[in-house]
Design a protein around this ligand. Sequence first.
Ligand SMILES: Nc1nc2c(ncn2[C@@H]2O[C@H](COP(=O)(O)OP(=O)(O)OP(=O)(O)O)[C@@H](O)[C@H]2O)c(=O)[nH]1
Ligand SMILES: [Mg+2]
Length: 215
Amino acid sequence: MANRSGTAQRPNGQSQGKICQFKLVLLGESAVGKSSLVLRFVKGQFHEYQESTIGAAFLTQTICLDDTTVKFEIWDTAGQERYHSLAPMYYRGAQAAIVVYDITNQDTFGRAKTWVKELQRQASPNIVIALAGNKQDLANKRMVEYEEAQTYAEENGLLFMETSAKTAMNVNDIFLAIAKKLPKNEQNTGQGGSVQGRRLTEGNTEPKTGANCCK
Ligand SMILES: Nc1nc2c(ncn2[C@@H]2O[C@H](COP(=O)(O)OP(=O)(O)OP(=O)(O)O)[C@@H](O)[C@H]2O)c(=O)[nH]1
Ligand SMILES: [Mg+2]
């Protein structure tokens, strides 16, 4: 139940804290592991033979952050070039983006930089962007140095982590870091479809309980 100030309350009147909803989009070259990262985050699973995404996939996951429940509405886009023109539909109005590259493939890092530029030019001005160097479990085949990506991320104001959807390394952490960076104050939690996160109202406030959510 949400009261007038948007603070969720239990029937006994105890405050559960704020509930915020954010649109997050994943972008990056095909086969870098976007769907695998989402599958790991949302379902705790990994598939060696993950199918290439057609168009885009939509999933949600909820995490708890101090007194705030953060619900991510996740758009996992298709990395194949023929779907590029669809991307603005998914990043438009997004409050957060994860741009993914594969640390074993230098070209995918170049493609990630192009996505970052496109987001900086065309997405919401306050969008929180995270850069994920995925397949960290294959560090013995590394083609992109950690320091190179970290420097690039610092220069562009991006969150940065190397991740592995396979081992789960830093997967929850990158979503958590984004959740922490997103604005959650009263001013920034307007109603549906606003540029910033929106507060849930009665009827859709119940967060999913799971590994990433408090009960
Ligand atoms: N070793 C390893 N393999 C991974 C990792 N993440 C994904 N993969 C594998 O990489 C392949 C591509 O992963 P996807 O998640 O389908 O990649 P995608 O970025 O969603 O690709 P598109 O949907 O075509 O854009 C699959 O065979 C995955 O099993 C990882 O962290 N480590
Ligand atoms: Mg995919």
